[in-house]
Design a protein around this ligand. Structure first.
Ligand code: SF4
Length: 677
């Protein structure tokens, strides 16, 4: 073990490593102090590998199958090795679970006293300064907004954290939150009159003082690229970085390292300029006229996009857009109106701190518009050597303009080199047929890789049903064929099924066919379809029903934990290959081809396998779970890559017989005691 960490000598390192190993033994501290703890060799091995990486300050990429208990496997060595730890996760669910539950359980079981902190993005905390301004301005559009504002005022007076998640009376989606939370752009920072009591900065100070800080990947990345004013402090201050749900990092990183702007930002800027202008420099300019002119120019950009043929809900690469000259001209007009505001801001400089803050935002937006106008004027052909892809997406009233890097490897490697730390990247889905090559290539880190299979007995607990014949995904009737083939198995299961689809369109068609069948059936099953309610409400209804079939697309493939009898069948329509005409995917594939690599094996297949493994992982959640996995994509058997896909899945027994699948479910229903988590 080279370079022992912090102030530990070799003897102490060995002693603590022994403590880590002992903790995971059948009679160890975890077994003695945590009811229900089961000692698993793979968990102990992972914990020791994490400990070694911490001591050596090296990089470990670890895949641990479902049920290994990877959270404890990195928390225990992190606690025992000492030093400060940053844990970053991909989802809010896991962030809350680690902070509210796992960390406390582990600390208590290991009899360790430590300070833990949960740090969220600034938009999660009430901004006292903006709350005060909103109260004074009293220009709220609805009675509901007035009520919400009062509730937030009361909350801000009494809350210790200012975390809006604690105020359930005001819905997450309420428009008022925009007025009473801050962004990096409109926060006054050290100049703020409420700085000492500010919830955002208090949370950051607590995080800097804590032994373990739990954040999400967005915040981790913001800190890593110094995206926010006082960020960049946290990452260098820690000895160990744990990145859980690391399979999210390539995608989240690409979004994060990109640059962009939106029409919503223009509207926010206009609103903030008007409010601050009227508050601090009412006589300084015709603020209402200036901001209205900019908003009208912004709407003209939205119209130009519609004329370019960009459909709502799609992403289009810049070079594929028609009518680029009209869009460039609309951006030119927008810039002209913004220039008028910039002049007014300049002549009123120093009169109001919030008004002064608008200037750098406006200048950043104008710089972006300049880049986009130049790109629009360039040749309408893909730039083969470009490192970024420019694309536009359109919603009903808004639009997003984004430049996304095609690789995050260099940014990651640079951040990794900045400080002598241990980095642990872990997830249940990092490999393709046991190879880490694709993931390591994407994140660009030199790392030790290790993997542990799930401790579950998949050959006994589950059955993979590949119907005979398998429908072809190329068939125009594929969705209906999926529903027809799945229906007898769904009936045998008595519902208790997830149907995971690769597109929203497939969700609608498969759900429609299942609805018809349910209407004709004798038994009453409940159909729940994505879009009927929030994900949380749908899952709650699913758990409560006991006879439900939930049809959903990508957002239901991961982060869902339904144990026992409540979920006994997972149906997957097809291998979830990303659409090759998506601008990002298209550019990545082109770049790989230009590098002489195989875009399919190096990118498309690994990405599809990662998502497929997540979907499959919904079925068996603990040692008592039993269930059937049904995949209906004929390419699994007809294409050579099907073998790679099958080799990447847990070792289920495979059947082609519908009767076997139905029998397995009937027996499971009789033998599985069931539980729901
Ligand atoms: S410092 Fe920023 S976030 Fe905090 S109260 Fe002031 S403006 Fe709001």
């Amino acid at each position: 073990m080279a370079s022992p960490m912090v102030d530990l000598g070799d003897a102490q390192v060995l002693a603590r490593r022994r403590l880590v190993a002992d903790a995971f033994e059948p009679g160890g501290l975890l077994a003695r102090n945590l009811p229900g703890f089961t000692a698993r060799p793979s968990q102990k091995q992972m914990a020791l590998a994490v400990f070694d990486a911490i001591v050596e300050r090296s990089t470990l990429v670890a895949e641990a199958g479902t049920g290994t208990g990877k959270t404890f496997a990195y928390l225990v060595p992190s606690l025992l090795a000492g030093g400060k730890v940053l844990v970053s996760v991909g989802s809010k669910t896991l962030q809350d679970q680690i902070y509210d539950k796992d960390l406390r359980l582990v600390a208590r079981a290991m009899q360790v006293d430590l300070e833990v902190a949960l740090l969220k993005g600034r938009q999660n905390y009430v901004c006292l300064h903006r709350l005060e301004r909103s109260t004074q301005q009293a220009r709220l559009p609805t009675r509901e907004a007035v009520i919400h504002l009062r509730q937030i005022q009361e909350f801000a007076r009494t809350s210790a954290s200012g975390d809006r998640a604690e105020l359930s009376a005001v819905p997450e989606t309420a428009a008022i939150w925009h007025d009473v939370t801050s962004t990096q752009d409109n926060c006054l920072g050290g100049e703020c009159p409420r700085f000492d009591e500010c919830f955002v900065y208090r949370a950051r100070r607590r995080a800097l003082a804590a032994d373990i800080v739990v954040v999400n990947h967005h915040l981790f990345l913001a800190d890593m690229v110094l995206r926010d004013d006082s960020f960049g402090e946290l990452l260098p201050s820690v000895d160990t970085v744990v990145l859980d749900e690391a399979h999210h990092l390539p995608r989240t990183g690409a979004e994060f390292f990109g640059e962009g702007w939106s029409l919503a930002q223009v509207a926010e800027l206009a609103g903030d300029t008007l409010a601050a202008g009227l508050h601090g420099a009412r006589d300084g300019a015709a603020w209402a006229d200036l901001t209205r002119a900019m908003e009208q120019a912004s709407q003209a950009v939205r119209l130009a996009l519609a004329q370019c043929g960009v459909e709502i809900g799609t992403r289009v690469a810049l070079e594929r857009m028609a009518g680029r000259a009209d869009l460039a001209s609309a951006l030119g007009t927008l810039d002209l109106k913004a220039a008028g505001i910039e002049e007014a801001l300049e002549s009123n400089r120093g009169r109001d701190p919030d008004l002064d803050l608008v200037m750098p935002r406006l200048q950043r937006l104008r710089a972006q518009w300049d880049l986009w106008r130049k790109a629009l004027a360039a040749e309408a052909a893909p730039d083969e050597d470009a490192d970024v892809v420019r694309w536009v997406s359109v919603s009903t009233h808004g639009a997003q303009f984004q430049a996304t890097p095609l690789s995050i490897a260099d940014s990651f490697a640079r951040a990794r080199e900045r400080a002598p730390q241990a980095w642990i990247l872990t997830s249940a889905t990092l490999t393709v047929a046991a190879s880490f090559d694709a993931f390591i290539g994407e994140i660009g880190l030199a790392a030790t890789t290790m993997r542990w299979d799930s401790p579950f007995d998949y050959s006994r607990q589950g059955l993979l049903y590949l119907p005979d014949p398998m429908p072809s995904p190329l068939s125009p009737q594929f969705a209906e064929q999926v529903a027809d083939a799945a229906w007898p198995v769904i009936q045998a299961s008595g519902g208790r099924a997830f149907v995971l689809c690769s597109t929203l369109r497939a969700v609608d068609r498969i759900a429609a066919r299942l609805r018809e069948k349910m209407a004709q059936g004798v038994e009453t099953l409940e159909l729940l379809t994505q879009g009927q309610g929030t994900r949380r409400n749908l899952l709650q209804a699913f758990r409560q029903s006991g006879r439900a079939v939930l049809v959903g697309s990508v957002s239901f493939w991961e982060g869902i934990d339904v144990r026992g009898q409540a979920l006994s069948l997972v149906v997957i329509d097809k291998l979830p290959f990303a659409p090759p005409d998506d601008p990002l995917i298209e550019a990545r594939l082109r770049r790989l081809r230009n590098q002489g690599r195989n875009p399919f094996t190096d990118y498309q297949l690994p990405a599809a396998v990662t998502l497929l493994k997540q979907g499959v992982g919904r079925l068996i959640r603990d040692e008592r779970d039993r269930g059937v996995l049904m995949i209906l994509d004929g390419r699994l058997l007809s294409k050579s890559y099907g073998k790679t896909v099958l080799a990447s899945l847990p070792p289920f027994r495979i059947t082609r017989e519908q009767a076997s699948a139905c029998d397995f479910l009937t027996e499971s229903g009789a033998t599985n005691p069931g539980s729901s988590a």
